[in-house]
Design a protein around this ligand. Structure first.
Ligand code: NAD
Length: 292
């Protein structure tokens, strides 16, 4: 922890709530959280966290501020609010654990740096269950000293790895989710083909998991959330598409061909248009079967 004192926590949704709960459970830390949704604030209060009435009240006096917000547009709005920026004291470290855009992150790091506030990007992989268990994979970007200062806090949430300068964590996270989105779509198509042919879905996945088509989608997402029909992994389609687009737009900016990823984004966007943006990511498998 940078000062062992108060942690301000903004964004208490599917991921932020269990992460804040782990920090509260650590005992030595005072966690002051804010989320515009009343139900989200209630989850923090229920586990003994301190609920603030505004974002600026949550960050006031904090040595470390954790952001777990939907996307860069929200991160920029929060850090563009004069009340929030005014409440950040020099020496504070802001840790953006949201899956944000790397080029936006670089700009914010420069702006905050000129005020003596460090900005670390530390997006995560591992889902809601990883957030609850403290087993997230955390991809850190930023000045090495600032990353080292927040490492003890990050270790409460998972395993941090420093991957480079500001924005590097967010770039890696977007690339990871481009792969995850393409893998899940491909696995859903494979499942639909197999079912139509008459293969038993469980048997099919158990064999693929010992063969070369294995992925996180075949090993976890399809057996855990699709075959039982619960579709409740806790990751919304709108967030998957956002991350995939961050990666394909980065590819375009860097002049790297990413045709498969771009085609994947198109298919995911059609599914979200049919099912609604808040549909769980795993509903892509139901959609693929239905439109087929
Ligand atoms: P979510 O939509 O459940 O939660 C986001 C929360 O931010 C909401 O409760 C919302 O009310 C709150 N919020 C919005 N504006 C705010 C503001 N101005 N101040 C404070 N809070 C505000 O999303 P999530 O699933 O928790 O994901 C959060 C981030 O983590 C996203 O960037 C997502 O891509 C990433 N992520 C999610 C998962 C997952 O499995 N859900 C896994 C890895 C990474």
């Amino acid at each position: 922890m940078s000062d062992g004192g108060t942690v301000g926590f903004l964004g208490l949704g599917n991921m932020g709530a269990p992460m804040a709960r782990r920090l509260v459970g650590r005992g030595a830390v005072d966690v002051a959280g804010f989320d515009p949704q009343e139900s989200a604030r209630a989850t923090l209060a229920a586990v003994g966290g301190r609920v603030a009435d505004t974002a600026s009240a949550a960050v006031a006096g904090a040595g470390t501020v954790v952001l777990m917000l939907p996307a860069s547009a929200v991160v920029e709005a929060v850090l563009g609010d004069p009340a929030v920026v005014g409440a950040l004291r020099p020496g504070t470290i802001v840790v953006d654990m949201s899956s944000s855009e790397p080029l936006s992150t670089r700009r914010l790091a420069a702006e905050l740096g000129s005020r003596g506030v460090a900005f670390v990007d530390a997006p995560v992989s591992g889902g809601v269950s990883g957030a609850a268990a403290g087993t997230l994979t955390i991809m850190c970007g930023g000045e090495a000293g600032a990353v080292a200062a927040v490492e003890p806090l990050l270790r409460e949430l998972g395993t941090p790895t420093w991957v480079g300068a500001s924005g590097a964590g967010h770039a890696l996270k977007a690339i990871n989710n481009l792969l995850a989105g393409v893998h899940l779509l491909a696995a859903a198509e494979g499942l639909a083909i197999g079912k139509r042919f008459g293969l038993d879905p469980e048997l099919m996945l158990s064999v693929i998991d010992r063969a070369s088509g294995r992925s996180e989608a075949t090993a976890t997402k399809l057996p855990r959330f699709v075959l039982p029909g619960t579709y409740d992994s806790g990751f919304a389609m709108r967030l998957m598409i956002k991350d995939m687009r961050v990666a394909t737009e980065l590819a375009a900016t860097l002049d790297v061909p990413a045709g498969l990823g771009e085609r994947g984004v198109e298919v995911w966007a059609r599914a979200a248009a049919d099912l609604g943006p808040d549909a769980d990511q795993t509903e892509i498998a139901r959609w693929v079967s239905d439109v087929g």
